[in-house]
Design a protein around this ligand. Structure first.
Ligand SMILES: Cc1cc2nc3c(=O)[nH]c(=O)nc-3n(C[C@H](O)[C@H](O)[C@H](O)COP(=O)(O)OP(=O)(O)OC[C@H]3O[C@@H](n4cnc5c(N)ncnc54)[C@H](O)[C@@H]3O)c2cc1C
Length: 316
């Protein structure tokens, strides 16, 4: 009975079309990127912050748990409704609301896909730095909740370093902004507390994010090693030499084999490890740093060191 009343109330808030209860509809929300599987009773897709607030109030009155969901790529089961109840999908809140190119900030809704921010500002020489490997699918709301990072975390940090403010709906339906238009606004860092809280403290309905300027030059190097230890020593030596690569990824033999079986890139299957090093900055810096990285790899016994000669080769 409670459930029927809640469904009716939710339909009044968001419209019939955006409340899913049939098994064949809700089954696609029973899983995320993890191995956990629990079927939600109700999936609701609000279209704006007022609807998010009304949904939360209705579920709270009915004493039914709510789990927010972005794109469902999370690897920790955070979007899986462990105790049943309502899954609140943010997929319809997918608008980029504002770009301020002069101050290099953007305000986006939580359902915006990570890569779409960079796509929208690339022509202006800007990009959004946090780049989880799932960035063509994962949402900004999920990134904020999980404080996600990616291959470029070494140089740029994680989501918390690029989100200045969030609009959130709290568990009583109250809508508040935390943070401000610049980093380190006076007072408690409540935005920082919220980023990484995995949806447990409320629902993000807007994020004010920082945009970075695209670098003049990007150079990428691949080094192949016959011993894993020599590859890890190379990582230590690169950072000890004062070089902070934009990205520094190591793949061991097992990973190389998995990549070559799944999406072949031409990595040598007999290597113990490969290192991928990316250096960004002004041209003079990248040339000098790349030469130094190359010599460190050679000194540590790399079997082969290859520097990409063009953008096309770099994308490989
Ligand atoms: C192939 C692959 C590669 C990946 N690579 C990386 C990587 O390099 N780095 C990395 O950090 N992660 C990575 N991930 C994990 C995942 O993509 C990230 O954690 C991502 O941020 C999740 O975003 P999502 O939109 O899919 O969130 P979901 O999976 O839908 O949700 C994740 C969590 O956020 C909560 N949530 C979602 N939206 C909101 C909201 N608006 N308000 C409050 N809470 C919300 C959910 O309740 C849940 O707890 C990868 C996953 C896959 C499948």
């Amino acid at each position: 009975m409670i459930r029927e009343n809640l469904i009716r109330e939710l339909r009044e808030v968001v419209g019939d079309r955006y409340v899913l209860v049939e098994k064949e509809d809700v089954i696609v929300y029973e899983q995320d990127g993890s191995i956990l599987q629990v079927m939600p009773e109700i999936v609701v897709l609000p279209g704006d912050v007022e609807q998010v607030s009304a949904v939360i109030k209705a579920a709270k009155r009915a004493n039914v748990p709510i789990v927010p969901r972005g794109s469902g790529t999370g690897l920790a089961g955070g979007a899986v409704p462990a105790e049943g109840g309502v899954v609140l999908s943010l997929a319809r809140l997918n608008r980029i609301l504002k770009f301020d190119l002069q101050n290099r900030i953007a305000i986006v809704e939580p359902g915006v896909i990570n890569i779409d921010i960079t796509k929208a500002v690339a022509k202006d020489g800007l990009f959004y730095a946090p780049d989880p490997s799932s960035q063509t699918a994962c949402s900004i709301g999920g990134n904020v909740a999980n404080n996600s990072g990616g291959p470029h975390t070494l140089a740029y940090g994680v989501t918390t370093n690029h989100v200045f403010a969030v609009e959130v709906v709290l568990d009583d339906g109250q809508v508040v902004w935390l943070g401000g238009e610049v980093p380190d606004t006076p007072g408690y860092d409540l935005c920082g507390v919220f980023v990484g809280s995995e949806g447990t403290m409320g629902i993000v309905t807007k994020a004010l994010v920082r945009l970075k300027r695209t670098r003049e030059s990007v150079r990428t190097l691949l080094a192949i090693f016959d011993q894993t230890d020599r590859a890890t020593e190379t990582v230590v030596d690169i950072t000890a030499a004062g070089i902070i690569p934009a990205a520094l990824e190591m793949m061991d033999q097992l990973t190389i084999e998995a990549v070559e079986r799944g999406a072949p890139c031409g990595y040598p299957r007999d290597a113990a490890a490969v290192l991928l090093v990316e250096i960004e900055g002004v041209r003079e810096h990248t040339e000098r740093a790349m030469a130094l990285v190359q010599s460190i790899c050679n000194r540590n016994g790399a079997r082969k060191v290859r520097v990409a000669q063009s953008d096309a080769e770099r994308q490989l």
